[in-house]
Design a protein around this ligand. Sequence first.
Ligand code: S3P
Length: 435
Amino acid sequence: MSVADTFKLQPSTQLQGSFRVASDKSISHRSVMFSAIAEGTSHVTGFLEGEDSLATLGAFQAMGVKVEHPQSGELVVHGVGLHGLKQPDGALYLGNSGTSMRLLSGLLAGQNFPLTLTGDKSLSSRPMRRVTIPLQQMGAEVHSNEQGTPPLEITPSKGLHGFHYALPVASAQVKSCLLLAGLYAEGETCLIEPAPTRDHTERMLRSFSVDVQTDGNQICLQGGATLKACDIQVPADISSAAFFMVGACIAKQGDVTLTEVGINPTRTGIIDILKLMGAEIEILNPRQAGAEPVADLRIKSSQLKGIDIPEELVPLAIDEFPAVFVAAACAEGQTRLTGAEELRVKESDRIQVMAEGLQALGIDARPTPDGMIIQGGQIQGGKVDSHGDHRIAMSFAMASLRASGEITITDCANVATSFPDFIELANNAGLHIDI
Ligand code: S3P
């Protein structure tokens, strides 16, 4: 589904209703990848029909995996086993999706055919040495260009060997890449994380009967395990819920219930940060959806206050900072983020782009090398460039709940990568988005 390039937002004051936001992008990617290399037929429900997860799906179809798509959000994946993938006809184009490229680089490092992974302008500028260097240490032939960016060239190697590796950055994509390469390696692969990151890979591999051992910040698996097909339920994405959580907090009349949201403890930093700022968030009806915990989240208007964001929450809310910055702009006093330099290498430089956007709307936002200092204030109307970053576009859409004039947001088409029906849900809840 495509999304219009420019959003024009008239100010609004209410955000209300009960609805399910888009399905989880991280879990959707993994559901296809693991089902494809499993033995047997897996069923996926709640699959995200967004451009990023569809790029992963397309890549496996191009490598000979048969996927039935009985209806939107449902997949039947006929696994081909660890060694059953076929060489695709050309390069695998992965669009905007960093998760596809980084996880696939590990999964494909152990195949016996060469291939090339490419992406759009944004993905083509993202750092890949964080995966190529450790993969090469495992014996893989995976190479970026000289700048350390895509395309990635993968050629068959003499064989991968497991290793012990301390990750220099807290990154679930790097961890997952190396665990997937570890499946194809001889011996044990053990990774040590500098801080906990989302653990969907570990949980889902266990659902596929792989023995993944976790001990504190260390995660280990043995090479050569067989994945056994299973059924996967994909919950709603807490990263997509984050826009509505912030919107409900800052709206004059905010009362939103978001149903079936994934509340995996490695993803709930946004709840903790908003609560520290004074938000009223209720976690209702907690339950399990397969290997992942879910709940309904009820969020009401509240007067937020500025805080120093605890650094240990950064990896647990890594994708939610564009929304948090909008919350900070509406809070009383100053909010300070530190320890978040990773935000500079996401789909855009989220520190610079958010600071410029907030400044364009009259907010005192000062970027720092590893974060931002934001003084709460009155949001004005104005024009913001989202730089093709889906989360920046959706975060500024929520700013219209406190704006004194019209907000125009440009370069929004990539909202379709993670949240294709964002405009419809947001307008039904009370926003006034024209496209
Ligand atoms: C993701 C991990 C995070 C996150 C990204 C999805 C994943 O990236 O920002 O949107 O699915 O593993 P990093 O591992 O680079 O922090």
